[in-house]
Design a protein around this ligand. Structure first.
Ligand SMILES: NC(=O)c1ccc[n+]([C@@H]2O[C@H](COP(=O)([O-])OP(=O)(O)OC[C@H]3O[C@@H](n4cnc5c(N)ncnc54)[C@H](OP(=O)(O)O)[C@@H]3O)[C@@H](O)[C@H]2O)c1
Length: 329
């Protein structure tokens, strides 16, 4: 397969390269695109240097499958009139809610790839992916009436400039120096030794765009437009690894053991025993979606709570996209 990475120098692009190599994806030729800033840079793939190029006319003829990991505006401009034959697995939000484009987590709704006419496949948001996997496993046992999530999202979810800013902010704190405005450009606030209860812009109703994405994308992937979920998304000063605290409310009392069994047998989910915790730092660099602290509510037997962690750059982005490509071929 001729493989192209658009946004090869970014966090997700570089993680995609690592995962293609780790999984022995059949790459016959590799083409790497990024912005003018990175043109000419060399990136190692399987021990060989590959030069980064800017996107040319007829770029789509240069590979059979593209992993596109650029910002929304760049993806929109590049793909808005896409009519090529090559598959494009896009990580931006541009096509996620487009009814013609499949939005895929292979373990949950990989079947939609068998019937789609679209050559673009959308990769969900990095918080949606682990969340929807756990919910798909739970829904095999019982459908929650209402689900409430608090997502604690790492800095890398906002790209390489965000990680750099977090590290810079830490340096200012270490030397006890006042934080200049240009050290708060990405987050708008101090994230180091702090947290920010806003990701994206707020609607009039007070919901953030990140929170809306989690709800709408989950509904599309689960094929349940009535799925009732409310999220609060918080940026935390962790470099890699998103964590979610989830509460599900059912119509009747639920069998926690049966739910645990369903989670444990779901592909790519690892259910941890009661005495084991998982932190984002431990989840980072791994492929699993971890579920821990699964428990009933002491005051209401219709409620369960659990803790979820996953690497946002791997299963939350690059790994999920590579799995989609593996399904396609
Ligand atoms: N980070 C996550 O956890 C995550 C998870 C799911 C989805 N996503 C989505 O994936 C996309 C990429 O995220 P990221 O975290 O990898 O961002 P990033 O680290 O900021 O990387 C952005 C990439 O886009 C390239 N780029 C920028 N302008 C371009 C242009 N005009 N033409 C070609 N390439 C251009 C950059 O190249 P230069 O290096 O040359 O600037 C870089 O390679 C975003 O849409 C993001 O929302 C991210």
């Amino acid at each position: 397969m001729r493989v192209g990475i658009i946004g090869a120098t970014g966090l997700v692009g570089r993680t995609t390269l690592k995962i293609l190599e780790e999984r022995g994806f059949p790459v016959s030729e590799l083409i790497l695109f990024a912005s003018q800033r990175s043109a000419g840079e060399k990136i190692l793939f399987k021990g060989e240097e590959v030069e980064v190029m800017t996107i040319s006319d007829n770029w789509d003829l240069l590979a059979d499958v593209f992993f596109c990991s650029v910002d929304d505006d760049v993806a929109q401009e590049l793909l808005k009139d896409y009519k090529g034959e090559a598959w494009v697995i896009d990580k931006s939000k541009v096509f996620r809610m487009d009814p013609r484009v499949p939005l895929v987590v292979p373990e949950v709704n990989g079947d939609v790839l068998k019937t789609t006419d679209s050559r673009i496949v959308a990769n969900p948001n990095c918080t949606t992916i682990p969340f929807v996997m756990a919910l798909a496993a739970i829904r095999k046992m019982a459908r929650p009436q209402r689900t409430v999530v608090t997502a604690l999202q790492s800095a890398s979810g906002a790209g390489k400039a965000a990680i750099e800013e977090l590290r810079l902010q830490r340096e200012y704190l270490t030397v006890d120096q006042e934080m200049p405005a240009d050290a708060r450009e990405v987050f708008g606030h101090t994230l180091a030794a702090n947290l920010i209860p806003q990701i994206g812009s707020f609607s009039e109703a007070g919901e953030s765009s990140e929170e809306r994405k989690l709800r709408e994308e989950s509904r599309k992937i689960l094929g349940d437009p009535e799925f009732s979920v409310h999220a609060t998304c918080v940026r935390v000063p962790v470099e890699v690894g998103h964590s979610l605290s989830v509460t599900c409310v059912f119509e009747e009392a639920v069998d926690l053991k049966a739910i645990g069994k369903s989670l444990a047998s779901f592909p790519s989910i690892k259910l941890l025993p009661d005495n084991l915790l998982i932190t984002p730092v431990e989840a980072a660099g791994t492929d699993e979606v971890y579920v821990a602290r699964l428990r009933n509510d002491p005051a209401d037997e219709r409620m369960i709570h659990f803790w979820l962690c996953a690497d946002n750059l791997r299963k939350g982005a690059a790994l999920n996209a590579v799995q989609i490509a593996e399904s396609l071929i």
